[in-house]
Design a protein around this ligand. Structure first.
Ligand SMILES: Cc1ncc(C[n+]2csc(CCOP(=O)(O)OP(=O)(O)O)c2C)c(N)n1
Ligand SMILES: [Mg+2]
Length: 578
């Protein structure tokens, strides 16, 4: 049959199960948009900026309900979207990026949007394809989706030249969609036995989980309970273990961790890491040294021994590998007693850290611990919390317990500010019946806050809390000790109420602790009516997170004597001359 590439693309996207596409039409993709308009199962979403669109697609994928997909214009759409594509790439999130392409049939040069898009996207995608014939459209999309979703997931890019979209051509023999690649354990039985032996013999075993364990929560809980082992998480993996489980110690490892996690892992003699890469943020700037008995489970073998040597490396899907491990590991005799001791210590450490925060004088502003405690009481267990990048990220990581797998999403290793507001849109589209709240710094809010207009147009009842401290705090705090001045980290004024009015969001203000309950009540009640809510939170940032203090110390210590002396000397001198 003779069909346009746009119609073939629509068929492929429907087969793959795409629910939403994000982007902006242009002359190179209006044929695709016209096809999507006819689709019974796909809704094309008009975004404010393709960068926001990419964060929305990322959040759809992180929600786990369908594959986040972009349909954008070449060149300018691609470069705008690149921040979100990069985030998905470093965070291991599947994403299908489709852009129109210039005409390949005219021989003309200097066409509109004529750049090598593949060269731009190569370092931040798992693969790129240029479709050259109508018959290749469907097989190319199926192959791109296979690559995006298998192994460690990531974004893929397909360019469809506009001449193929406009004109018909032979569709060839259309293959059936093969479906998702089955998750499996690729490790040997001997390696499983070795790991089970190490865990059974350990006196103080511990478990460290990342985003790669987010679909293996049941297995991790079973293992932790059997071993009586504490569980700590990476930033991206905060939701991979329920924070209301007694063995949940908290965020991070080492001195950048919350006290419960730092203490629970201080004497760990065998660490089981699942779906985590020991990256910079997840280790508090490499401030933690794992024990020699490190068992590392990951679907991507490249992560093994990249930063710390693994005694046993178990390749494969986390849940599949852990099921094998559970099969080989009988409960150690001391498991139950250890469990009680570990849980009691965690409970005591969590309570004293919380009390330390609640006792902190926020001088009339909103105390972060009080805010998060009140927010937690309003959230259902299966709510989605979306973070951005900044001090608020680590406050949430330390003070807001997450109860549900995929219940917290954050831009982690690409670390791209501007993620939160658009990602709340994507998360709410993906799970319309769930509560979706975003927490964003006032700096990051300026970057993509106008996507609230997209939320309003779609009648999405999301709540965005802006932590309004007037600074780029995460960096300003790191400037305090070495520089004793805040160069380019103090923000000019922004009337957040005006942004709410301009975008069609309902505005709520919280200026002190006294406003928290009333503000939350109003925000949740309004969001339930299908309107976005923008909450201006006059947050108090005068108390640092454990994470910030931990990484500052770790990094200062690591400098050689000469550098340390120069930095300390400069800081002291500035204190004198000020
Ligand atoms: C696109 C981008 N630009 C700059 C940074 C560096 N950076 C990391 S955190 C941060 C501060 C963010 O400020 P804000 O959004 O106000 O959050 P806060 O730290 O105040 O909670 C900055 C500038 C980044 N991660 N991403
Ligand atoms: Mg700020």
């Amino acid at each position: 049959m003779s069909r346009t590439a746009a119609s073939l693309l629509r068929e492929a996207l429907e087969e793959v199960g795409v629910r939403y596409t994000f982007g902006i039409p242009g002359v190179h993709n209006t044929e695709i948009y016209d096809e999507l308009d006819k689709s019974p199962s796909i809704t094309p979403v008009l975004v404010t900026d393709e960068g926001g669109g990419a964060f929305m697609a990322d959040a759809v994928s992180r929600s786990g309900t369908s594959l986040g997909t972009l349909v954008i214009v070449p060149a300018a759409g691609v470069t705008h979207a690149a921040s979100g594509i990069g985030e998905a790439f470093l965070d291991g999130i599947p994403m299908l990026v489709i852009a129109g392409g210039i005409r390949r049939d005219t021989g003309r040069r200097y066409q509109l949007h004529e750049v090598d898009q593949h060269a731009i996207l190569k370092p931040i995608t798992k693969g790129t394809w240029l479709v050259e014939r109508h018959a290749d459209v469907i097989p190319t999309i199926y192959e791109a989706v296979r690559v995006a979703t298998s192994g460690e997931p990531g974004p893929v890019f397909v360019e469809i030249p506009v001449n193929l979209q406009l004109m018909t051509g032979d569709e060839g023999s259309v293959p059936a969609y093969p479906g998702r690649v089955a998750a499996e354990a690729r490790c040997t039985a001997a390696a499983i036995d070795e790991a089970a032996g190490l865990l059974a013999a350990a006196k103080t075993p511990g478990i460290y989980v990342g985003w790669g364990a987010v679909d293996a929560t049941r297995e991790v809980v079973e293992l932790a309970e059997r071993l009586g082992a504490p569980v700590t998480t990476t930033l991206q993996g905060l939701s991979a273990f329920p924070a209301n489980h007694p063995l949940h110690a908290g965020f991070c490892l080492g001195r950048a961790a919350v006290p419960a996690a730092e203490n629970a892992f201080k004497e760990c003699d065998c660490l089981l890491a699942v779906g985590a890469r020991f990256g910079e943020i997840a280790t508090g700037s490499y401030g933690y040294q794992p024990p020699a008995n490190l068992i590392h489970v990951d679907i991507n073998p490249a992560v093994f021994s990249a930063n710390y040597p693994a005694r046993v490396a178990l390749e494969g899907d986390s849940a599949a590998v852990l099921r094998k491990l559970l099969g080989a590991l009988s409960a150690p005799a001391e498991g139950a007693s250890r469990r009680a001791v570990v849980a009691a210590r965690i409970a005591a450490d969590k309570a004293s850290y919380r009390d330390e925060w609640l006792a902190h004088d926020s001088k009339g502003r909103v105390n972060p611990a009080r805010f998060f405690a009140a927010l937690r009481r309003r959230l259902a267990d299966d709510a989605t919390v979306v973070l951005d990048d900044g001090n608020h990220t680590f406050l949430a990581a330390e003070l807001l317990p997450i109860h549900h797998p995929r219940g917290l999403i954050s831009p982690t290793d690409f670390n791209c500010m501007g993620y939160c507001v658009p990602a709340t849109v994507g998360a709410k589209l993906a799970r319309p019946d769930a509560q979706v709240v975003g927490i964003v710094g006032d700096g990051a809010f300026r970057m993509t806050g106008l996507e609230l207009a997209t939320a309003a147009a779609l009648r999405l009842g999301v709540i965005v809390f802006v932590f309004n401290d007037g600074e780029l705090a995460q960096i300003a705090q790191a400037q305090e000790i070495p520089y004793n001045r805040k160069t380019c980290t103090v923000l000019g004024p922004l009337e957040i109420a005006g942004v709410a009015q301009a975008t069609g969001a309902v505005f709520v203000h919280m200026s002190s602790d006294a406003d928290i309950e009333r503000g939350l009540e109003q925000a949740f009640a309004t969001a339930a009516t299908g309107r976005p809510v923008l909450v201006d939170v006059a947050v108090d940032y005068s108390k640092h997170t454990r994470f910030t203090d931990g990484i500052v110390k770790t990094n200062l210590e690591r400098f050689d004597f000469g550098t340390k002396a120069r930095l300390v000397g400069r800081a002291l001198w500035r204190r004198v001359v000020r």
